[in-house]
Design a protein around this ligand. Structure first.
Ligand SMILES: Cc1cc2nc3c(=O)[nH]c(=O)nc-3n(C[C@H](O)[C@H](O)[C@H](O)COP(=O)(O)O)c2cc1C
Length: 196
């Protein structure tokens, strides 16, 4: 079992979201000791935004079925994962831009998805499930655009079937019991691990 952790916790070790992610990954490893854990740390990754020039170059490679270029490495890694964990704080009603940039890199016609004869995309990801972990300053409620987008893209286009969500919310409200909220989210993550 290959577990891919997409780490969009931009505050690094100060991130409360990262605390939840590490907790989840540890529990997952305890349940599946054979699991190989991989991490993509979006704080460390450096690649240019998908500008017109980058796209043109990428399309030329794609049309030539030449997927050896390193610009396709992230997509290949995502396709090969058996379980995907995305950790991202709730920023501006969704998630940090670095995660969108990563997803643009991964979203490659002929790699992450192919079109069938009816023009319908068929996802190529091996993973059955993706777990999305977040924390927020206030309350997310119905404005869960980050998770909703992930479900849309990774479900419709990449072929991942099942989505789990855990959050610790209201962390920036004055007087909030942050430890208790993180613990509560940890209990939810434990439930998710039981299903994986
Ligand atoms: C750039 C930025 C945007 C944010 N946008 C929101 C927001 O739209 N709604 C909200 O409730 N909290 C927002 N917050 C607060 C964070 O969601 C909250 O502090 C979260 O716990 C940060 O996660 P971290 O500790 O993992 O970095 C924002 C924080 C930052 C830095």
């Amino acid at each position: 079992m290959k577990v891919l952790f997409v780490n969009a916790c931009m505050r690094g070790e100060k991130s409360r979201t990262l605390i939840l992610c590490r907790d989840y990954l540890q529990k997952l490893k305890e349940k599946h000791p054979e699991a190989v854990m991989e991490e993509v740390d979006l704080n460390q990754l450096e690649f240019e935004l998908q500008t017109g020039d980058v796209l043109e170059y990428r399309d030329a490679l794609r049309h030539a079925d030449d997927f050896d270029n390193e610009m396709f490495d992230l997509a290949k890694q995502l396709i090969a994962a058996d379980h995907v964990v995305v950790g991202a704080p709730y920023w501006d009603l969704s998630f940090p831009a670095a995660l969108k940039n990563y997803l643009e890199r991964c979203s490659v016609d002929k790699l992450t998805f192919v079109y069938n004869e009816h023009g319908v995309p068929v996802g190529q990801c091996r993973a059955e499930a993706l777990t999305y972990i977040t924390t927020s300053g206030g309350f997310i409620g119905d404005l869960n655009f980050g998770f909703d987008y992930i479900k849309g893209l990774c479900g419709v286009l990449f072929g991942i079937q099942k989505f789990y969500f855990a959050s610790a919310e209201g962390l920036d409200i004055v007087g909030a019991d942050i430890d208790a909220k993180l613990e509560e989210a940890g209990a939810k993550l434990e439930e998710i691990v039981r299903e994986i």
